[in-house]
Each structure stands twice: as C-alpha cells, then as structure tokens.
Design a protein. Structure first.
Lengths: 375, 543
C-alpha cells in the first residue's frame, strides 16, 4: 500500500467529533459563554436557593407587609426605638440610652422609684423584642441596664403584599419556571422529534395524514385548550407541562420533518438502505442524530417561549397555585402593586429578563457553533 | 513584453485564514502574471490554493481570510484598494465566471433583467440601448434563439446555457481579463467542449486575456498558452503549456501528468455464471394524467436489458439526465421500477424492504459523493460495521472489530483510524471508507455510482487501482456508472452508452471505443479525448 503512507498524514492528530468542534467554536463566543454561566447560576439558585434562603417562600410576616428592599435588617432602628419607648412608658421608667446591634438592644434605664426587674414583661409583650432581662442594676435601684433580643430579619428584595420575602419567592419561582421550561420543552422534544422524523421518513400517505393532524391541532386556539383542561381537571402543575408541551411539539414536528425530508435524500441514508438497515435503525442512527443540531437550537429558543407562555397563563390565573409561584405570577402581582411598591414588579421582571436574555444568547451561540455551513 | 503592459501582475501573494484550529496558510507566496491577449491556466488539485489566489486578487476572500503581497491590474495596486475604486475595476475590466451556473443567477429575474441592470447602472445606457446590447451579447455567446430567450427565467435554461449567460454578463463591459474558475466542471463533456470552444472563439475575436483555473489537464493542454502548476499554496512550475506537458521539470507535475487513468480489463468468458439480469427495466417518475391532473410522468429509464456475469464490469456512460444513476438504483430495488430483475435466479423485482434484506448482502453500492455518503455523526468504524450488524447480528463485538480492521486494511486504510469521524478524512480516504463498507459484507455485485468523479485525478487513479485489486481478490462484479470515459475505459470490459433513458450503443469496451457506431457516442468520445483538435483550430485562427 504505497498510498497509505501518503494519505495518513493528512488526518489531524486527535479525533474530534462534530460536537467537539462545536464546543470549541462555542467557547470563542463570549456572549454565549457568559449566558451559559448565568444560566447555570440561575438554575443552581432555583434548585438550591429555596433550601438555603433564610425565609420560606410561604412564610407570612404580617408585621412586614410590602416593606422596601433593604440591606439593613428589619425591624429597622427607627422602628425599634419607638416600640421600646412605648413598652417602657407603660413600665413607667425613663430611657437614658438605646443601642441596637448584633441582634439585641441594650437599653439604659432610670427611674425616680426603684426599678422592678419584672418590668421585662412589658418589653417581652411587644412583637419586636424577646428574652428581655435586666443585666445590671445600680445599688440604689434607680438605674439599670436592660438587654433584649431583637429578631432581625433581612428582606433584601422587600416583601410582597402578604408579607412574604420576595427574594425567597423569586428563588422558588425560578425553580418552577425553569422546571416548566425544561419539562415542557422535553415533552415537546420527545413527541416532536419522533413524530416529525417518522412522518418525514415514511413519507407518502402516512406523512400526509400525520401532518394534517398537526395542522388541525395548530388551528385549535391554545388558550381555549388550556381553559378546557383546567375546567376538566382542575389547576395542576403537571397539567401545565402537558398543556404547554402538547402545543409546542407541533413546531418541533414540522421542523424535524423538514430536516428529515432533506436528510432522506442524502446519500448516507441511501447507503444505509442498500446495506439493508431497517427503517427504525436508519431513523435512530442516521436521521435523528443529524437533526439534533437544529433541534438543540430550536430548544434553547423554545424554553424562553414556554416560560413566557407559562407567565401568560399564570397572569390569566390559569397557572401555578399559591403559595407556589412562578415568575409570571410574581410579575402579575408586581404589576398590581406597581404604584405603591414598584420593587415588587422590578425584581421579578429583572430576573425574567436576565433569564430570557441568557437563553436567547445561548441559542444564538449554539446556532453559530453548530452551523455546518460555516465549517 | 514590458512589465507595465501586463494585464494582471500577482506578486508574492499570501493568503491566510483564521480558523478555530489556528491559522491556515492557503497561499504561501505566489507570483504570476497575465499578458494582454494571453490564455493562462492555473492548474492544481483541490486544496492547492489555486482559486484563493484569484479570490484574494478580486477582494472576494471569506471574512476570516487575510491577504498580503501585491496584485496589480495594469500597474494599479488592487490589494487594499477601497471598495468603490475596486468596483470600478472588478466586474468591469476584470470579470469572473464561476463553477456553479445553477446558483449564480437570481431565479426571480429574467435573463434580460439580469444582464441589462449592470449596463444601465454602470454603463449609463437607456433601457432601449441596454436591451439591444443584451441581445447582442446573447448572440455573441451563441445562445440559440436569443431574442426569445431574453424574457426567459434562469430555470428555463439548461446548465450550459446558464453558463453562457454568465459569460455574456462577464463580457458586458468589454473586459481586459476574464477569470474563469472551473467554469465547466459542473457540465457534461459535450457541453464543456462547446463552452470552451466559445471562450476560445471570443478570445480570438475580442482580444481579451483569459485566466483559467482548473484541475483538468485536458482542458489546460487544449486551451492555455502558459500554465502555472500549483501545489500546497505554492507555484510548483510555470512555463509554456507545451514545454510543461512534454518536459515537466518537477516531480509533482510529472505525477499530475501521469495520473490519467490507465490499464485495461480483459473480458470474462461467455460461460461465466450470470449474477444479475435486468429485463426491460423501466423507471417512471411522477404520475400519469388523471382527473384534473396534468401528465407529470418522466420516463427516466425506458426498457433496459442488462446481463452481469461473474467478474465482469459493465460500464454505463451517458450525460447527466440520461438515466444511468436511476438504472443503478433500480437494479438494487431502491426505486420503484417495472420489468424483471433476477439476482442469482431469484426474482427480486418489486420486493419490499424486509423481503429485500437477505439479498442486500450480495448487492452493494458505492456512491458518488464521498462527503455525502458517510453519516457525519458516526465514526468510521461504526459506519463500516453497520452492514455486519444487519446481516451477521450474531457476531461478537470483538469479531466485528476484527472484520472492520480487516476491511480497512483491505482498502488501504490504517485500522487505527476507525475511531475518527468522516470529516477528518480527505476525499479519497472517505471513498475508501465507503468501499470498505460495501466489501465487508463480501458482496458479489457492487454498483459504483460515479465513485471517482468527485476526486482529484491522482486520487482517482489510486481508487481505480483499489477497485481493480478488490475485483480480483474478491471475484467481484461491478456495474460502473460514470460520465468519465477515460475511467470507464480503464476499468470495464463491457460498455453501455445511455441517452434519454435508453441504451443507444453497447458492446465490448474496445469495440465501442475504437469503432463507435452512433453519432452520439462519437460526439462523447471526441469531447472527452480530443479537446485539442476541437479547440486549437478555433483558438489559433489569428496566428
């Protein structure tokens, strides 16, 4: 084999699949890589955030309704001092000094009469303080130092109209929205790819019938379809996935069918036919893997679409149920309270925007990376 | 000739592409020039950088390409020239025609629209003047019935006519230099000869220079005054055509010249067993006239008889559209057909996929396009092993690996490359993979559908040697479909010439080649083997 020697060096040293090449191209796209990192961070926040957050997403703090976002803990100093004054006025002692810090309040007391240590009860009775005790008392009993614990709560993004921590609610809504996005897209992917590839590959009358079914489903109004489902089965998260997935697979089926039609004419499919490979194996080994580039790109564009769809349904009140929430629900609530609590709209909307931006940029990056024409 | 009179002067041009794998230096310092009225050919195999030199000169490089060096048109520097100034030269004084006449014309406009627009925009002609000029140009490029053709759309023209329109477009502003980048590669040999004849004729009449980029040495010999041989981004050799062809000075040029397919196959005896027999095979696409439906029938193959004996190679030649590929597919039952196909005394006509499966093992096919016939997501090993999984599912993994390795070394590939993907191989290697996929099943008949036409001549020669050796070693019978008469002559012992779905002539190869009986075959032969005699008289009328 003389030509063996001349041919071998043409091949690059390492073996790289098309996916590996795509990965290299992807890495050079900064926007897409940044989007990928943001997405991973958001997904981790959605999965682990609710477990680690200081407040439960369902916990109601009636005394802190619609408080502004703040890096300072609640109750703030400005609220502690008046409540301490009110409580101690009842105990008929004068306040000499108040210091707030480290989860406790130190109050210097003085009185014209001897101070009774039991006045701590007055302080404990307030919602703000607990475990009040007199730590020092002067020998004449006319002045004392009282220390009480103050429950300090951080509401970084404020609280909602029911007094629930908005940050925790955004974390859980991320989880729900991403889950709906991923699962509904998964459902759409599975049905769409199999349906489209089958229709395109079998062709002829079967293809005709299958695609007419798709056309009929297309013509059903989506909202009507969801309302029907909700009326029959009640509001249910699983139902949401099915409803959204059942609608979105139609696009996927059409895309995959188109791809399959062109792949079926390619010589490697004909080669497999001359080898006697069965129809299912041709579909599985030759056609579906070659549609995956397009499918993945479409998927990254479908996820934001599904998230928006879910938001739309939740906005209409057809989506997830309280106390669970999704980005769409949060935005809807925020929109209602836009005037007196704009932060309730701002934070969920910002989260949603970042999420959608990241998904779209990633989709664009993947499209460029997987585009075989550019190779 | 004095330097300033040169039409085009390319001086130490380098072209570099930035790719994810680092820089690719496609052209590494090339100098060439074109004198007025001269035909110059740049010849080289694919990847030699022959097209990229001219793309760089015309400012048409892909966005990741960089050009260094100097390209001068009549002394004016083109590299780094602002786009506006460059457009005054390119497309006006220096024009290009490309390989693909199918995609170079906008399908939405008529021929007249496409041709007259640049005349009106650049030449400042009125609508009527432009129309007259278009007619003149179409007559110049010898489009039959030019007046009627002006209102035709591109899809109504044949490939050769489209290429003529492209030439007319290039001639619109009386260029000094026409750069032709493989203008006839996509065309049939007879059309190729006509187009070359036209170019030679136009050159003699208009006195322009032609720079011809091609991989086909036959064209170069017939057409060019001077030739540059390029290899791996460098000029290997340059000189007058006759000198280069008769006294090549470098090893590479000698190798190129020696790459013409050669050899001969002895016919098999009349008593050799018949493997495959086709009787009155017909393939019809479309549907007959029905209620409210026009007749869309196209008879691609009309009643062909074929008998393939053991060890025989039947060459099937014909131009595009003659039905030769369709015939090959119909024999393997990959298309619905009528008639009778008998394989080893079994009638396999019309069998469905499942019923055909037991016979598939013995009837294999190798396709034209080594890039398209290998699934891009599978490794070579998986591709070659696929047939084994179907026909010998009982094989152990290890045994299968052994068979794959055996088939790979059989076709001259290193078995250690079985984990690589097709895109990592060169065209010739991919065709070897495709052949390995067929021979691993130890078939008796292989239908070869233009297996060498997408390959460079030198690689083509290796593949022909390989096919010849495999035929002897495995006692294979081939149906060899090709438009390339030289390859067919080297490889087959029986020849069928097809035209419009019918066999116009058949017989032992030597008989048909030496004494063709029909005009069609004679035209084919002349266009394929005797370009020089067709072109030289036309090109040399002035001298």
């Amino acid at each position: 084999m003389t030509d063996l020697a001349t041919n071998t060096p043409e091949v690059a040293a390492g073996s790289r699949s098309l996916w590996a090449v795509a990965m290299i191209r992807m890495r050079r796209n900064r926007a897409a890589m940044a989007s990928l990192v943001i997405l991973i961070v958001l997904a981790l926040a959605g999965i682990f955030g609710p477990m680690l957050a200081p407040h439960s997403y369902a916990e109601v703090y009636p005394e802190f309704v619609k408080v502004d976002p703040s890096l300072e803990p609640y109750p703030q100093e400005a609220q502690i001092i008046p409540s301490a004054e009110t409580a101690l006025r009842r105990a008929r002692v004068d306040i000499e000094s108040i210091e707030v810090g480290g989860g406790e309040v130190v109050i210097g007391l003085s009185s014209s009469r001897e101070i009774d240590p039991r006045i701590t009860r007055y302080v404990d009775r307030s919602d703000v303080f607990s475990n009040a005790e007199i730590t020092e008392i002067a020998e004449d009993g006319l002045s004392a130092t009282m220390v009480a614990d103050v429950q300090q709560l951080y509401f970084l993004m404020g609280t909602d109209a029911n007094g629930r921590d908005l940050f925790s609610r955004i974390l859980i809504s991320l989880r729900i929205s991403l889950m709906i996005g991923a699962l509904a897209t998964g459902v759409a992917l599975l049905i769409g790819v199999l349906y489209g590839a089958t229709a395109g590959f079998v062709g002829g009358r079967v293809d005709n019938v299958m695609m007419r079914i798709v056309d009929i489903l297309y013509s059903l109004p989506f909202v009507f379809f969801v309302i029907l489902l909700v009326v029959f089965f009640g509001r249910n998260l699983v139902l949401m996935f099915i409803a959204v997935g059942a609608v979105e697979w139609l696009d996927m089926a059409r895309i995959v069918r188109g791809q399959t039609l062109s792949l079926r004419r390619r010589e490697f499919v004909q080669a497999a036919e001359t080898l006697g490979v069965s129809g299912w194996d041709i579909l599985r080994r030759h056609i579906i893997p070659n549609t995956l580039g397009t499918v993945i790109i479409y998927m990254t564009l479908l996820i934001p679409k599904v998230i928006l769809l879910e938001s739309f349904l939740s906005f209409l009140g057809l989506g997830v149920q309280e106390p669970l929430t999704s980005l769409g629900v949060l935005i809807a609530e925020g929109a209602k309270n836009m005037r007196n609590a704009p932060f309730m709209l701002f934070y969920p909307a910002a989260t949603m925007t970042i999420l959608l931006f990241a998904l779209n940029f990633l989709g664009d990056g993947l499209r460029d990376a997987l585009d075989p024409k550019d190779r | 000739m004095a330097e300033q009179e040169r039409v085009l002067d390319v001086d130490n041009v380098r072209v570099t592409f930035d790719t994810p794998d680092g820089e690719v230096r496609a052209v590494r310092g090339v100098s060439m020039h074109v004198n007025p009225g001269e035909s110059v050919a740049v010849v080289g195999e694919s990847g030699s950088g022959k097209s990229q030199v001219m793309m760089a000169a015309m400012g048409l490089l892909a966005s990741n390409g960089r050009v260094e060096g100097s390209v001068r048109y009549r002394g004016q520097e083109l590299v780094g020239l602002p786009l506006k100034a460059l457009n005054d030269i390119r497309g006006v004084k220096v024009t290009m025609i490309f390989q693909e006449p199918m995609t170079s014309l906008d399908p939405l406009f008529t021929i007249e629209d496409q041709l007259s627009e640049p005349l009106r925009v650049h030449g400042g002609l009125s609508k009527r003047e432009a129309s007259a000029r278009v007619l003149e140009l179409l007559e110049l490029v010898q489009i039959p019935n030019a007046k009627a053709r002006m209102s035709a759309y591109p899809h109504e023209l044949s490939g050769g006519q489209r290429q003529r329109v492209m030439i007319a477009m290039a001639l619109a502003n009386d260029p000094d230099l026409l750069i032709a980048d493989e203008p006839t590669t996509a065309l049939d040999v007879t059309i190729q000869a006509e187009i070359l004849q036209l170019l030679a004729d136009l050159q003699a009449r208009l006195g322009m220079s032609i720079l011809f980029i091609t991989h086909d040495l036959g064209i170069v010999e017939a057409f060019a005054d001077r030739v540059y041989v390029m290899n791996k981004g460098l000029v290997e050799e340059e000189g007058p055509t006759e000198r280069v062809f008769h006294a090549p000075q470098t090893e590479y040029t000698r190798m190129l010249l020696a790459a013409e397919p050669e050899g001969h196959k002895a016919p098999v005896g009349p008593d050799a067993p018949v493997l495959l027999r086709g009787e009155n095979v017909q393939v019809t696409f479309g549907r007959p006239k029905g209620f409210l439906r026009p007749d869309t029938q196209l008879h691609a193959v009309r009643g062909i008889n074929l008998t393939l004996r053991k060890g025989q190679t039947i060459g099937v030649v014909g131009e595009s559209g003659s039905g030769k590929s369709t015939l090959g597919r119909a024999l393997l039952q990959m298309l619905p057909s009528t008639g009778r196909v008998v394989y080893l005394d079994n009638d396999i006509e019309g069998l469905d996929r499942a019923a055909m499966r037991p016979y598939r093992k013995g009837l294999q096919m190798v396709f034209q396009d080594p890039y398209g016939s290998l699934s891009p997501r599978l490794t070579t090993g998986e591709i070659i092993a696929e047939g084994l999984q179907v026909h010998e599912p009982g094989l152990s993994r290890k045994e299968r690996q052994r068979r794959v390795a055996e088939a790979m070394s059989d076709v001259g590939l290193d078995p250690s490359m079985r984990n690589r993907f097709p895109h990592e191989f060169s065209g010739g290697q991919r065709q070897r993979v495709a052949i390995a996929r067929a021979v691993i099943l130890r078939p008796q008949v292989i239908v070869l559908d233009e297996p060498t036409s997408a390959l460079d001549r030198s690689v083509q020669k290796q593949v022909i040697e390989l096919l010849r050796r495999l035929q002897v070693e495995h006692e294979l019978s081939y149906v060899f479909i090709s438009h390339d008469l030289a390859v067919v002559r080297a490889l087959s012992d029986y020849l069928m010439v097809m035209k419009n779905g019918e066999v116009v002539e058949e017989g032992p190869v030597d008989a048909v080649f030496d004494h063709p009986t029909t005009d069609y075959t004679r035209t084919l032969m002349r266009a394929a083997f005797d370009l020089t005699s067709l072109l030289r008289p036309a090109a040399r009328t002035g001298t």
